[in-house]
Design a protein around this ligand. Structure first.
Ligand SMILES: [Zn+2]
Length: 490
């Protein structure tokens, strides 16, 4: 139906008398206000937005990240700090990033060199025991633990649920025993996609349990493995000795063995023989790998895109965190391959020693502290390789709104959620603390803790398509930050 040339069309009348007053009642900006030119220019130019889409498409089609993590996990293998494999990985990643045209630096960091020895345990006395038998207990040493005497420790096991239960006990009840913290990992929480929170709740026993037990005279400390699976796998990870307690040997038993011991202890005294023979060797010189794609307009402003190169020694470090390194390398690879010119410098970092000391991250903070005001933002991917549903943001709340054009693009692969969080990554924590806005992909955490820090952290746990989705999120967020028209608030 043609509109009358002079006078008001019915739609316009509706607009005047209904839409504008309604909008005022609802305290919304009126359509008239939206129509007038906004005084602030867009945060992302139309060229940047189209480049982001181009990057996203390329990431979803590329197998570069998968080939990188496959090499790290399968060809190099476990990469615990101080090991020959960790050194080889530093060299490999540096060479690969050089090959795609990045400006690569190795920045020296001294790292601990802890090596796992023999680790075995058996119940040697328990209710209902058949004569001349023992029961094998599946466990592993916790990272950084001291050794038992060569012939091991034989002592009664005391099972507690948590710190409160231990603290409520008289010292005489704990002294001379092997304390087992039987705090369960919340599998339901992980199943709901909140694996990181479930981990956070349980991992305090791995960190602080041994010193808490030692303060009350325990001779060794075991924890129930911090993880969600049911395949009798022990989960390793770092323990942290406090300075006010003697260092006692510390290990993690499988969830199944924790249940077994707890059940027997309810029936009567249980004695365990425990042998752990790890060694702490002298520190080793290692390095963070830094690879810059120089900014065309503000080369001094840096966006860090990172993962950690070291891994635990039981598996091959595919999901923790070969994947994080690989997707970070992919971001640089695609930017170079598509001949994109970021306005700010994109710096890929493969951190060393996240798992048992964070020496790499601490060293970077020491060496670059004076440049932190020029660190525009920092990303870290360290939650595996599961399907990403969005982006965590640790920054001023208004940053979330500023990023909504980017979220619209990320939604294309189902990653459009923006979530304000308190923390985005262990290695970028010194930057977070200095007020540098931080980002990380929100990854599917339902299965991550089945494998985390176990012998089953291997390449087959990575679905190539999901890894590529993570690459897309990381590349898009990194390039969006590099080309924003205004700085982020701090
Ligand atoms: Zn990790």
């Amino acid at each position: 139906m043609p509109q009358p040339r002079n006078g008001f069309c019915p739609a316009y009348l509706l607009f005047l008398f209904l839409v504008i007053p309604l909008a005022r009642v609802l305290a919304l900006p009126t359509p008239v206000a939206i129509a007038s030119a906004s005084p602030t220019p867009a945060l992302f130019s139309s060229q940047t937005l189209s480049q982001l889409k181009q990057l996203q498409r390329a990431a979803l089609e590329s197998d570069y990240a998968y080939r990188q993590v496959a090499h790290l996990a399968n060809n190099i293998g476990p990469r615990l700090s101080g090991s020959a494999q960790a050194a080889k990985a530093v060299e490999y990643v540096a060479r690969e990033l050089e090959a795609i045209g990045c400006d690569v630096q190795l920045e020296k960091a001294m790292v601990p060199h802890w090596v796992r020895g023999e680790e075995r345990a058996a119940l040697v006395q328990f209710p209902g025991q058949a004569p001349n038998t023992t029961q094998r207990i599946v466990l592993c040493a916790l990272g950084g633990t001291v050794a038992t005497p060569k012939d091991g420790i034989e002592a009664e096991v005391l099972v507690v649920k948590n710190f409160d239960e231990l603290k409520a006990m008289a010292r005489e009840k704990v002294a001379g025993k092997i304390v087992l913290f039987n705090y369960p990992f919340d599998k339901q929480m992980a199943a709901e996609g909140r694996g990181m929170q479930a981990y956070g709740e349980a991992v305090v026993y791995r960190g602080q349990g041994p010193s808490a037990a030692a303060r009350q005279g325990a001779v060794a400390c075991l924890i129930r493995s911090v993880g969600s699976a049911d395949y009798r796998l022990p989960h390793t990870g770092m323990t942290n000795y406090a300075t006010d307690a003697p260092k006692i040997p510390a290990g993690a038993v499988t969830a199944e063995d924790a249940d077994l011991i707890a059940s027997l202890v309810r029936q009567g005294p249980v004695k365990m023989a425990l042998v752990l023979t790890p060694q702490t060797l002298p520190e080793v010189e290692s390095a963070n790998v830094l690879a810059d794609v120089k900014g065309s307009e503000y080369p001094e402003q840096v966006i860090i895109v990172s993962g950690h190169l070291d891994s635990w020694d039981l598996g091959t470090g595919a999901i923790d965190d070969g994947a994080g390194v690989a997707v970070s390398m992919e971001a640089a690879n695609l930017i170079q391959k598509l001949h994109l010119k970021p306005k700010r410098t994109i710096r890929v970092i493969a951190w060393i020693n996240e798992e048992n000391g964070e020496a790499g991250s601490k060293q970077y903070a020491k060496d670059h502290e004076k440049e932190f005001s020029n660190h525009f933002a920092a990303l870290e991917t360290d939650g595996g390789a599961g399907h990403p549903i969005g982006v965590n943001i640790k920054a001023r709340p208004e940053v979330k709104k500023m990023f909504s054009p980017v979220a619209d693009i990320l939604q294309e692969s189902g990653a459009g959620i923006l979530d304000l969080v308190e923390h985005c990554g262990a290695d970028i924590e010194p930057l977070e603390k200095a007020g540098v806005p931080a980002f990380s992909p929100i990854q599917d955490s339902r299965f991550y803790f089945n494998y985390h820090h176990t012998p089953a952290d291997t390449l087959d746990k990575i679905v190539p398509k999901e890894l590529a989705e993570n690459s897309a999120v990381v590349a898009v967020v990194a390039y969006a930050l590099a080309n924003m028209e205004r700085p982020l608030p701090r």
